[in-house]
Design a protein around this ligand. Structure first.
Ligand code: E4P
Length: 216
């Protein structure tokens, strides 16, 4: 399973990249706004900086909701760097745009996926990635990880090449469960990634080894 970091914060991207386990970055308008990135020039420059920092797929989300608007924006985003993946919402115009991008050699990430039906449609249109939002599904009282498993089974049976990018991850356990359920990628904030490192027995074991090492 590949690891993407889900943030537009450069310090956190650097910290995850320095770990040596980072395969890419996802952003969304909320994450860009949180970092105070405003206006086309600032947005473009921010994506350029991320692409220079991380050698991997970098999802950049369109803001338009019409076919023409999504295509125009997506072409500009894709021109920023060869690693840019155009992130398109799961709406009717978005599906049409994903098909257009696929036919024109531009890679896409279909975002805001909450059902297997949406994931099938995105795969049919040729999306490179689908992003099921598992944390938000859990928040609504359903099982986000179960959706990852369902999409994984369908894609295998049908031979779809679209990669499952488990998104909206909140905990280290989510990461483990998504790996188990067949996600190709997980995208998460820095905290759950660092959460994977932690186990109290590791800390206790290391403290004992260091103590005993003084007697060596
Ligand atoms: C995915 O690409 C989204 O940016 C993200 O994972 C959404 O996460 P949230 O539900 O924590 O906002």
């Amino acid at each position: 399973m590949k690891f993407f970091i889900d943030t537009a914060n450069l310090a956190q991207i650097k910290e995850a990249n320095d770990l040596g386990i980072l395969d890419g970055v996802t952003t969304n308008p909320s994450l860009m706004a949180k970092e105070g990135i405003k206006g086309e020039e600032a947005i473009t420059n921010h994506y350029k900086t991320i692409c220079e920092m991380v050698d991997g797929d970098i999802s950049a989300e369109v803001l338009g909701t019409t076919f023409e608007g999504i295509i125009e924006e997506g072409k500009k985003l894709a021109a920023i760097h060869p690693n840019i993946i155009v992130k398109v919402p799961m709406i009717k115009e978005g599906v049409k745009a994903i098909k257009w991008f696929t036919d024109n050699g531009i890679k896409t990430n279909c975002t805001l996926i909450f059902s297997a039906g949406q994931a099938i449609l995105a795969a049919k249109a040729g999306a490179s990635y689908v992003s099921p939002f598992i944390g938000r599904i859990d928040d609504s009282g359903w099982d986000g990880v179960e959706l990852i498993g369902q999409i994984s089974r369908i894609y295998k049976l049908q031979g779809y090449k679209t990669e499952i990018l488990a998104a909206s991850i909140r905990t280290a356990l989510h990461i483990v469960k998504c790996a188990e359920a067949g996600a190709d990628v997980c995208t998460c904030p820095l905290e759950p990634i660092l959460g994977l490192l932690k186990h109290p027995l590791t800390d206790i074991g290391l403290a004992k080894f260091l103590e005993d090492a003084k007697k060596m």
